[in-house]
Design a binder for this molecule. Structure first.
Ligand code: ZN
Length: 391
């Protein structure tokens, strides 16, 4: 009957609202939830009972009273299950096991040489298996896997195009779900990074932010009014392929003079090879700059300048409050920031009342893995509290 269906739906939505407040504000009392959610105390009590039966919520004893009987405080049970977050990089795989609050319990990193997509996916499965087998006992076990990938995906979790991996049309979600038989979420690594920063990093209190992932390529995750902006077909944020020189060198994407050809870690290492000869790594360059070698410092300053050129375009395009730069280049912050900020001062539109904050990520290289794990957690809660009725 329709009416019953509607009532059930309302109940499920209310339950998910109650759980949301316990997850974000605990320890919290039933009365306080009723007050902020605009629900009756009886409704909240009955929904809390169900959540306690589902082992997602615990009572942790009495809290302060505002008059009358002291209330029992509720706590979200973050260890009722575990999620896996993966950052599938161009040369390595970083994977973490987190609890339901995003706390990292285990971390693993392996290098890969990208001989073929099959080989890398096999390595990916091995590292996930290891994390699954190391997970502590819990009510729900491993609730899902989130994977951030350096490319464009469709809604079905197919990796359509990853130029820096050289992969096209890889059915990653399907392959992973077939192997592990648990829900999998695939998204662009910069989108995952932006969500990681919004939930766990410097972007917590910011509604409009752009996270720029600087690695072999450059990508961006754009958060507008607290929500990830994906664009009409999910491609938003391919900002490394904004052309900053209309007749510049050819990019792997097919265009000319793309930003990432000038401002990525890859561009830095290419330039260093041309100047110094031989094999050059980022750690090597950081060491030389740290030792005061002028030529190495000049390379980072030049990169800072080119980063600024693209960041100005982002500021003028999106007017964000905060730009967070992620990736391993954070180690070069002291040489990159000055030329970058000087360029912003000179070139941003003069009618902007004030420039956004621009900072390197404080989460080091974990923005993407944390965001990816949080996608898996969000999917789990969407299914437990809204679609699945537990008795
Ligand atoms: Zn390009």
């Amino acid at each position: 009957m329709k009416q019953t269906g509607d009532l059930n739906l309302v109940k499920k939505i209310n339950k998910s609202i109650v759980l949301h407040h316990i997850r974000t504000d605990s320890p919290i009392s039933r009365a306080r939830i009723a007050e902020i959610a605009g629900l009756t105390k009886a409704t909240v009590s009955s929904l809390v009972n169900e959540l306690m039966e589902s082992r997602l919520v615990d009572e942790i004893g009495v809290g302060e009273s505002s008059g009358g009987r002291k209330p029992m405080m509720l706590l979200f049970n973050g260890t009722a299950g575990y999620a896996i977050g993966v950052d599938l990089g161009v040369h390595d795989i970083l994977a973490v096991l987190t609890d339901l609050t995003g706390k990292v319990v285990r971390e693993k990193r392996v290098l890969h040489d990208n001989n073929s997509a099959e080989e890398v996916i096999d390595q990916l499965k091995t590292i996930i298996r290891e994390l699954i087998s190391s997970a502590p006992e819990s009510v729900y076990g491993i609730i899902g896997i989130g994977i951030g990938v350096p490319g464009i995906c469709d809604e079905d979790g197919n990796l359509l195009f990853a130029p820096n991996l050289g992969w096209e049309n890889v059915s990653l979600l399907e392959q992973m779900e077939e192997t592990f038989n648990i829900p999998v979420v695939i998204d662009n690594e910069a989108n995952a990074g932006a969500v990681g920063e919004k939930q766990f990093g410097a972007g917590k209190d910011t509604a409009n932010l752009v996270y720029i992932s600087i690695g072999i390529g450059i990508g961006a995750g754009i958060i507008i009014k607290g929500e990830l902006y994906r664009g009409a077909t999910g491609f938003a944020g391919e900002i490394g392929h904004i052309s900053i020189q209309h007749d510049g060198p050819k990019c792997r994407c097919g265009s000319l003079g793309c930003w990432e050809l000038y401002a990525s870690e890859h561009a830095l290492l290419e330039q260093a090879r041309r100047e110094f000869g031989g094999a050059v790594t980022l750690d090597m360059l950081l060491g030389r700059a740290e030792a005061g070698e002028a030529a190495a410092i000049a390379l980072f300053e030049r990169l800072g300048y080119y980063l600024g050129v693209g960041v100005v375009n982002i500021i003028n395009g999106y007017n964000p409050e905060f730009i967070i730069l992620g990736g391993r280049l954070a180690g070069a912050e002291k040489w990159l920031m000055k030329p970058l900020l000087q360029l912003l001062e000179k070139r941003s539109l003069s009618h902007l009342r004030k420039l956004p904050k621009v900072e390197f990520s404080q989460l080091s290289d974990r923005s993407t893995v944390l965001g990816a794990a949080s996608f898996a957690v969000a999917k789990f809660f969407a299914s437990t509290t809204v679609s699945v009725e537990r008795s």
